[in-house]
Design a binder for this molecule. Sequence first.
Ligand code: SF4
Ligand code: SF4
Length: 432
Amino acid sequence: MLLHDQMHSIMVDKDLCTGCVLCTLACPVQAIRVRDGKADVVKSNQCIDCGECLRVCPQQAVRSMTTQRQDLTGYKALAALPSPVLYAQFGEGHTPNDILLALKSVGFDYVFDLAVNCEMVFVAIDEYLRRNPAPRPMISNFCPPIARMILKSYPNLVSHILPIEVPRETAAKAARRRITRDRGIPPDQIGVFHITPCAAKMVSIMKPVGVDKSDLDGAIAIRDLYVPMMKALESVEEIEDESVLQRSSGVGISWSIGRGSVRGLPNRPSLSVTGVKDVIRILDDVDAGRVNGIDYLELSICPGGCVGGPLVVENKHVATSRIEDLITQYGVRSRIDARKVLRTYEQTYLLSSARFRAEEPPPLDTDLDRALEKMNRIEELVGILPGKQCGACGAPSCRDLAEDIVRGNASLSDCVFIRVKELEDACARSGD
Ligand code: SF4
Ligand code: SF4
């Protein structure tokens, strides 16, 4: 079974880490340090599970912590809820329905088309925006690192997080209900798993934001299922299952690429931004009041949207093109009953905005005077350090090293330039 106290979606394999500092420099929230030649997420309370470290590590030393095959035992029924990204992983010639059948054949009793729930959520977003004219823009909460980033770094924007249950959770609730109804299996004996392009979904299941408990039991990496699914697809005609599992239109499928909201909310001024650097830029702009006239801001931490997730197999550009083909093929006219969706959301899936709370970073000191002294000392150290921002000390910037020193976690001689200067001075003195 799963590790239910899991706090983050990544871990560093110290045996593989060469201490190259690429992850330290890539981490957008400066959570990683290289100490004694090995990387570690030392500021784990700051980590937002964006997966940037996993993406840049040349040694594959950063690992994702997703559900493994052995975690699937002990359930009376297994259900899979695949991200629509899965439809773009197997090249042309395999329909979404073939892909869902192949997924079912590799060990699941039920497979549900999550794209349908993605399509449903646009109806709920549109209605929420109609009923709540402020604040603007409302920001999507479907990509877990985005909500965490806002809670940790943008306290003024917490009220902008859209308080609507995410599609994978609405789908999980519906799947559990349906299996219990059809087969009489108690809900807690059904394993419901998201098939995911990113490891952050695992943390959103183990430690959800805005709700007490997730309805999912875990998240399986798309790349872990690729080989058995590809084999199943190669002999798809031998799969003795003629069910029609794919029910979504192109609107739900478009969820997996940037600008999904443009198709899902055609009458709303909305903006879609992907990739961690651009996400930070737009959040800075919203925070500074520079983004006006936009109702809905759809943000994805991965470049290009979920197709750019670190746990996929297909190149994100190829996958985007495949998804665009599917959108054309299945059309952008939603197939769902909007009135039914609204009723369901009203009853169950609207979250309370009060559940989202800003998270304060740990103070430099609990005593205010000492905290001020420490802040001054950081500024002093920043003036002493060379300002090269090279990362050779194991911290992502000279300011981060200064803060580490003041917090007692590093010393000035961790800076290679200071160390060289100290050695030169010592040599000069011994030569006198
Ligand atoms: S990127 Fe980070 S984890 Fe990977 S080898 Fe370099 S220092 Fe180690
Ligand atoms: S997952 Fe993102 S936030 Fe967390 S340590 Fe890696 S790069 Fe930093």
